[in-house]
Design a protein around this ligand. Structure first.
Ligand SMILES: Cc1ncc(COP(=O)(O)O)c(C=O)c1O
Length: 564
């Protein structure tokens, strides 16, 4: 059954089942608990017919249902542009549509997929839409999906080598492959006494490395001195670090944030870092960890790794490089310079689930000293003891991460690397950068707009210029701009500052664009400037989508500014 069939009014069996189900939903919301068991009975006959087996892992039934789900997903992709990119539902929409309790009797896959189409799809923000330009897109691919399917299909729980040798060994191999593609120093690879591990997310990668750095120091100065440990980042560092520091027991007063400015494109200043560290050391505190970012979340700023690592080295600190978004493009030789200096760091991570055609979740983390991780994260209960572990010839990845159980994530990365090869992967990434350049060109050619910070990768940070806002606001007493400038609301008065007015106009522009459902972008505020982010990276995006997106931006700006 295809999506078209599910949507088609002529749907026969499925349609009537869904209509029945709809009326059942209705009744369910009115029914009392005493009716709980009887409510599914009317469909039991149909369900028994459709569910051919009582075995939840019957191979033939899996084949039948699996093909239907693949068809469903393929049709979803065929039709994806028809949906509003940003879901238009109201909070709580789903509770109104679904029964108040789980079904007592089994339901057929046809019925369930019908409900996915009718009730779940409307509540999805379509991250894979070619018109998705928000946050950092999460680029899907056939290889990524199928690798995920294989991993889920095997459903192994590879916490240590013994529990599934292939899961562990493939992960180590793939991490060395990927490390070579990024030209990471050999000291980060297994072949050079370092090593890589697949974490779920960057949040976990940061927490694991921070805990390793914390314990490395506490082993020397004693656990009682945890209150003296200090960590460093910039005001552009992802909030994941703050959370990691809280969890790792770093005193809130010892979380140092180095301010950045527009004049240095929001990258961290090594001199400011050194001054802060020096003051801390003089105060008797102990610096342990620096988080440097290549490709910050707001503006894709790049911290200067070499000079920052030099400062950190003088104080024996651990440096982690968070390249969650931008790490992947460093497989292209012309972008590799963005991670120059990584040789001075202790760990490096990027998210393959962001911009590397691999499904969520898949964060690639390399460390120079795996023993620092394992000394902090190892567990050794009797029920996990085995000869392979005792031989010390194997990697037990449970000791490199927070959780015990772990997925066979390397399969999807392996499929992505093999299906596309380095050459095609570079080509995909470069095409996104090229499209971002096209968009940047449009912004620069229109004097109502400006690029706020230089574009490094495939994300363009732009806004309506202050002069365009001011000249329109003096002319306009009606329209959206009139509403903003003439507002009697005390919190939004006519007397608001120029900066406030410009920010508000740009916020209105973004809300107006996203409200239309045609494209989706998100914003940030840096150095007091409200900016719109146009992040190219969805796999299906083509230049025509970028051109159309610019038309949408212009139309909405025109409506707000009353210009042509
Ligand atoms: C620079 C940076 N670091 C960390 C993260 C968090 O990544 P995750 O959701 O994988 O923890 C993001 C997410 O966008 C990011 O941009």
């Amino acid at each position: 059954m295809t999506l078209e069939m599910l949507c088609s009014p002529e749907r026969t069996g499925v349609c009537s089942a869904m209509e029945l189900r709809r009326s059942r939903h209705h009744r369910c919301r009115e029914s009392s608990d005493t009716k709980f068991e009887s409510r599914g009975k009317e469909y039991n006959e149909e369900n028994s017919r459709k569910s051919r087996s009582n075995n939840p892992l019957d191979p033939e039934e899996f084949r039948r249902q699996g093909h239907m789900v693949i068809d469903f997903i393929a049709d979803y992709y065929k039709n994806i542009e028809k949906y509003p990119v940003l879901s238009q539902v109201e909070p709580g929409y789903l509770k109104k549509r679904l029964p108040t309790s789980a079904p007592f009797y089994p339901e057929s896959i046809e019925t369930i997929l019908g409900d996915v189409q009718d009730h779940i799809v409307p509540g999805i923000t379509h991250w894979q839409s070619p018109n998705y330009f928000a946050y950092f897109p999460s680029s899907g691919s056939i290889a990524g999906f199928l690798g995920e399917m294989l991993a889920t299909g095997f459903n192994v729980v590879g916490f240590n080598w013994m529990s599934s040798p292939a899961a562990t060994e493939l992960e180590s191999i793939v991490m060395d492959w990927l490390g070579q593609m990024l030209r990471l120093p050999k000291s980060f690879l297994f072949s050079g006494n370092g090593g890589g591990v697949l974490q779920g997310t960057t949040c976990e990668a940061i927490l694991c490395t921070l805990v390793a750095a914390r314990d490395r120091t506490l082993r020397i100065i004693g656990n009682d001195n945890i209150g003296k440990l200090v960590v460093y980042c910039s005001d552009q560092t992802h909030c994941a670090f703050k959370k990691a520091a809280q969890i790792a027991g770093i005193h809130p007063n010892n979380f140092r944030v180095i301010p950045t400015t527009l004049s240095t494109s929001f990258s961290m200043c090594p001199k400011a870092l050194r001054n802060t560290i020096t003051a801390d050391v003089e105060a008797g505190l102990v610096p342990i960890f620096l988080l440097a970012t290549v490709g910050t979340t707001s503006t894709t700023a790049v911290d200067p790794l070499g000079p920052l690592c030099d400062v950190a080295k003088d104080y024996g600190m651990w440096v982690h490089v968070d390249a969650a978004y931008a790490g992947s493009i460093c497989i292209c030789p012309e972008f590799r310079h963005f991670i120059d200096g990584v040789e001075g760091a202790d760990s490096f991570s990027f998210n393959a689930h962001k911009w590397f055609f691999t499904t969520l979740d898949c964060c690639c983390l390399w460390v120079k000293d795996p023993s620092a991780l394992t000394q902090s994260l190892s567990t050794d209960p009797e029920y996990l003891k085995n000869k392979a572990t005792e031989s010390k010839q194997v990697v037990d990845y449970k000791d490199w991460q927070l959780a015990l159980s772990r997925r066979f994530r390397s399969l999807k990365l392996w499929l992505v690397l093999r299906s596309y090869g380095v050459e095609k992967l570079r080509g995909f990434l470069r095409s996104h950068v090229k499209m971002a350049k096209v968009f940047q060109g449009f912004v620069e050619a229109d004097n109502r707009f400006e690029v706020v910070v230089p574009r490094n990768f495939a994300n363009v940070c732009f806004r309506i210029t202050p002069s365009a806002v001011m000249s329109s606001s003096t002319k306009s007493s009606n329209g959206v701009l009139g509403e903003i400038t003439n507002s009697n609301d005390i919190s939004s008065p006519r007397t608001k500052t120029k900066v406030g007015l410009v920010n508000e106009v740009n916020q209105k522009l973004m809300e107006s664009i996203n409200g239309s459902g045609g494209i989706y972008m998100t914003h940030s505020v840096v150095g007091g400037i409200y900016l719109l982010r146009f992040a190219v990276g969805a796999t299906l995006t083509q230049e025509s989508h970028v051109i159309e997106a610019w038309n949408v931006v212009k139309q909405h700006a025109h409506a707000i500014l009353n210009t042509n």
